[in-house]
Design a protein. Structure first.
Length: 138
């Protein structure tokens, strides 16, 4: 069976490095499915789940957005924040969501609103991933 090497790197650590069957990432235009010998590609990623499929199963990693570089034999995902799915904290994500919603209600500066919307989007993506892991409906 053919494999492709995947690296998932955050600002603080390398979260994953290894040979995989395929990887799925949340690109800005929709989900990317990347298999061995994929065409070279560079894309922006939005907050969400990176799914890495190996012969041992599927690993899930939350990313806060970033970029993906695809070469025929190597995929590199760069993100400011990357967290293994099982390490996500529901309480912190709920707090961040509530804080962003409160700030949105009280902000009149358009620059602030853009930053708040990004924070809200990130917390919502974390909560969706937590619910998926627990088998809840979003």
């Amino acid at each position: 069976m053919s494999t492709i090497h995947v690296d998932v790197v955050s600002a603080t650590e390398s979260l994953y490095s290894g040979e995989v069957l395929c990887v799925f990432a949340p690109a800005s235009t929709g989900e990317l499915g990347i298999y061995p010998k994929h065409t070279a590609l560079l894309s922006i990623l939005k907050p969400g789940e990176v799914r890495i499929e190996t012969d041992k199963g599927i690993d899930s990693i939350y990313i806060s957005g970033g970029i993906v570089e695809v070469q025929p034999d190597v995929v590199t995902i760069f993100s400011d924040t990357a967290i293994r799915a099982n390490d996500l904290d529901e309480f912190k994500a709920l707090e961040a969501k509530e804080r962003a919603q409160d700030e949105m209600d009280n902000s009149i500066d358009t620059q602030d609103i853009s930053a708040i919307q990004a924070a809200l989007s990130e917390s919502m993506a974390q909560l969706q991933m937590i619910n998926k892991i627990r088998g809840k409906k979003c």
